[in-house]
Design a protein around this ligand. Structure first.
Ligand SMILES: C[S@@+](CC[C@H](N)C(=O)[O-])C[C@H]1O[C@@H](n2cnc3c(N)ncnc32)[C@H](O)[C@@H]1O
Length: 343
């Protein structure tokens, strides 16, 4: 017997399917019937209200959508770095549906972080603290270095910090895990006519405070070079805002020893919206190593006091005034071009 869907059945199917669609497919669905149009409008408004899909401690909304009619930017959210093999197709993750936010809209942190969080076999380092919440015998967490908050210099433009990790017996509340609890400051994503989306403070952020991690796909250099070539072509045609970041951890001698490639273009967190400033901006980039994990993570700390409403920025690298896309950072030291990564 042939069955047909009544309107409520059709809407139920739409509620399940539409949150999985990218903006272009949503727009097509919206124009097909009025009921879908209303559902698509609700999904868009929920997506615009929180880029983090409810997984960070505060919602991180998009502002100024009227500039080009796009109320939000579409990407897959991950709180932590992931390996490319664990990235699911964007369409497989619902975003903006009616149900309560949950982690099914993001990558599974636990499985995606194995290379970053697993104890290294045979390594004996790691603290033996059982409870850091009361701050050890002297009232100071024994895991923190005597120069609390000080970063260990690691070469030009890059700082290094050591945190407790998988080899330690302390828990999430440990004071020496400040970058491992996600974004704790209030932020918003604001559209600029020339630079596109940018990340702004939505509260005062004190100098030295942890702001966010740069989460995305952790790539081999070969894969990073392959993607960079494609991104460069799309970016120069104005079709993409790439967010592939390359950082180098230096030996004290100044020679590069480790190249870290993090691509937040399709899978990332809100750090993918941080724009470049030729004067270095207001964020300090720090490579954080957790005790017992193989790979470092890239984290941002406030380089100075940051006021509510101020745009967050850092230097993507060294600019060359002869190449790269136009830079609109507006700083007095602006070179006029964005740094372009030499692959
Ligand atoms: C990591 S993304 C930053 C977020 C991006 N604005 C967006 O809309 O998604 C890097 C891209 O942002 C743009 N961008 C960043 N800083 C800029 C600047 N100072 N001037 C012009 N464009 C900038 C460039 O398109 C660059 O490739």
């Amino acid at each position: 017997m042939k069955k047909t869907l009544d309107e409520s059945g059709l809407l139920r199917v739409a509620e399940l399917v539409l949150p999985r669609l990218p903006p272009s497919d949503l727009a097509a669905a919206a124009s097909s019937c009025k009921a879908f149009g209303r559902e698509v409008a609700s999904i868009s408004s929920r997506r615009a209200s929180d880029a983090s899909r409810g997984v960070e401690s505060h919602p991180i909304p998009f502002f100024n959508p009227t500039l080009d009619g796009q109320p939000y930017s579409f990407f897959l959210y991950t709180r932590l770095p992931v390996l490319p093999s664990s990235s699911m197709p964007l369409s497989a993750r619902p975003w903006g549906g009616v149900d309560q936010p949950d982690k099914s809209r993001t990558l599974d942190d636990a499985s995606s972080m194995s290379a970053f969080a697993s104890p290294i076999a045979g390594s004996e380092s790691g603290c033996g603290c059982k409870d850091c919440s009361f701050g050890g015998e002297l009232g100071i967490c024994p895991c923190l270095s005597p120069e609390e908050g000080a970063f260990l210099a690691s070469g030009p433009g890059m700082e290094l910090m050591l945190e407790c990790g998988a080899n330690c017996s302390c828990g999430d509340e440990c004071l020496n895990r400040s970058t491992q609890r996600g974004v704790s400051v209030k932020l918003r994503i604001v559209k600029d006519e020339k630079k596109g989306w940018g990340l702004h403070a939505a509260q005062f952020i004190a100098r030295g405070q942890f702001v966010c991690e740069y989460a995305g796909e952790f790539l081999t250099t070969e894969e990073a070079r392959r993607r960079q070539r494609t991104y460069d072509e799309l970016a120069s045609a104005g079709k993409l805002s790439p967010a592939l970041l390359v950082v180098r951890e230096h030996l004290p001698s100044g020679k590069a020893c480790l190249r870290v490639n993090i691509d937040a273009t399709k899978v990332g967190n809100i750090a993918r919206f941080i724009n470049h400033s030729c004067d270095g901006g207001n964020l300090l980039t720090v490579l954080v190593r957790s005790n017992g994990s193989l790979l470092p993570r890239l984290c941002f700390f406030a380089m100075k006091d940051i006021l509510d409403g101020e745009e967050l920025a850092f230097s993507y690298g060294v600019s060359d005034h002869r190449r790269g896309l136009p830079c609109y950072c507006g700083s007095p030291s602006c070179v006029g071009r964005l740094p372009s990564e030499e692959t």
